[in-house]
Design a protein around this ligand. Structure first.
Ligand SMILES: *Cc1c(COP(=O)(O)O)cnc(C)c1O
Length: 345
């Protein structure tokens, strides 16, 4: 028996999700794949390779280091954009790995145009999220955009809440700022795409939907995680379990300890109220999540050391785990970490 849990990643499901998202926009709208943070924990080289083979032509990552790794995996051809921007002096890095920056300020733009004259890039403008991107006056200060600017993009702050007034405001501001511009326009991530055709423009940037997460409800599930039971013990009524002794046995029972904890994406805040599944049967977390271990109340479940407990899979989605922990699927996926033995399908 191995102490390591097993993470199963269904590359075919990721490709199917990309195709399904692509089918939601007009044929002229390109569907780019966001594979930052190691493809949301799923493995950027594997995911990037599968999507490139399926025909994805444009990728986004956060950092040049991620872009270099992706380029090595997918080879020449597909475009790789770096969302974080351009740092003066990084021109050689972008050149060597054929990367394109998303220029987020007039200063970054001036540096790029000087370091790599004529080399392709994107420009991001802020339309109300106030995170990254040029203000209107910075965009204006560039004058007519040079041909090397291939994409003008912005990002939405509240697209996962369709009723939020900021959505229409950002759309109007994006239209106002990009009126008459030549490059491909891009406003939406997964949630924005689902707001409807007004938000599609020439290119969408799909992240969480590829990996099976809300708000893309028709998504195929992509990840499953199973951890082995490494010890089982009997408890008398009144005994407590775990750090802080927060869980108290109300009756004589059994506790199974599994080999996965918050270092493996089982967010500590989920604690009581969360469950794993053994043979499809729910077994509640008993007490706090530790770094490497979770204790389960298996009083009513026949099981033995070596049995695998499902923490993610058919019975529990990333969004189920996320809501138990008060977070979103993006954070569950990126918290999964590197200790699971990975199996790709
Ligand atoms: C992360 C990110 C995306 C993808 O977002 P999802 O919600 O995961 O689809 C798209 N665009 C930008 C600018 C991002 O930072």
């Amino acid at each position: 028996m191995s102490l390591n849990g097993v993470l199963t990643i269904d590359l075919e499901a990721i490709v199917a999700n990309w195709r399904a998202l692509d089918a939601l926009s007009e044929p002229e709208t390109q569907t780019a794949a966001v594979v930052k943070a190691d493809a949301y924990g799923c493995g950027a080289t594997k995911v990037g390779g599968a999507l490139a083979r399926a025909g994805a032509g444009t990728f986004f990552v956060a950092l040049p280091s991620e872009g270099a790794e992706l380029r090595a995996a997918i080879g020449p051809g597909p475009q790789i954009y770096i969302l974080g921007g351009y740092a003066v002096g990084d021109g050689g890095l972008f050149d060597r790995h054929d990367l394109r920056p998303v220029l987020n300020s007039a200063v970054q733009a001036a540096a790029w145009f000087q370091d790599r004259p004529g080399a392709p890039c994107a420009v991001q403008i802020d339309t109300g999220m106030n995170r990254l991107g040029m203000e209107a006056h910075e965009l204006a200060s560039l004058g007519p955009l040079p041909d090397c600017v291939q994409i003008v993009m912005s990002h939405m702050g509240c697209a996962d809440d369709p009723a939020h007034p900021l959505n229409a405001q950002q759309l109007a501001e994006f239209r106002r700022l990009t009126e008459g511009l030549g490059p491909t326009l891009s406003l939406s991530a997964t949630a924005g795409l689902l707001l409807g055709p007004d938000y599609h423009f020439g290119l969408t940037r799909m992240g969480i939907g590829l990996y099976g997460g809300w708000p893309f409800l028709e998504a195929r599930r992509v990840v499953a995680a199973h951890a082995p039971i490494i010890q089982i013990r009997d408890l008398d009524a009144g005994e407590t379990v775990g750090y802080g002794a927060t869980w108290i046995a109300e009756r004589p029972g059994r506790i199974a300890t599994i080999s996965a904890g918050y270092a493996d994406g089982l967010i500590r805040a989920s604690g009581n109220g969360c469950a794993a599944y053994i043979g499809g049967q729910p077994v509640p977390f008993a007490g706090r999540v530790s770094m490497d271990l979770v204790t389960l109340d298996v009083t009513d479940c026949a099981c033995a050391p070596g049995d695998m407990a499902e923490v993610l899979g058919p019975n529990q989605s990333i969004d189920d785990l996320a809501s138990a922990a008060g977070t979103i699927g993006h954070e569950i996926l990126t918290a999964i970490g590197s200790r699971y033995r990975r199996e790709y399908r």
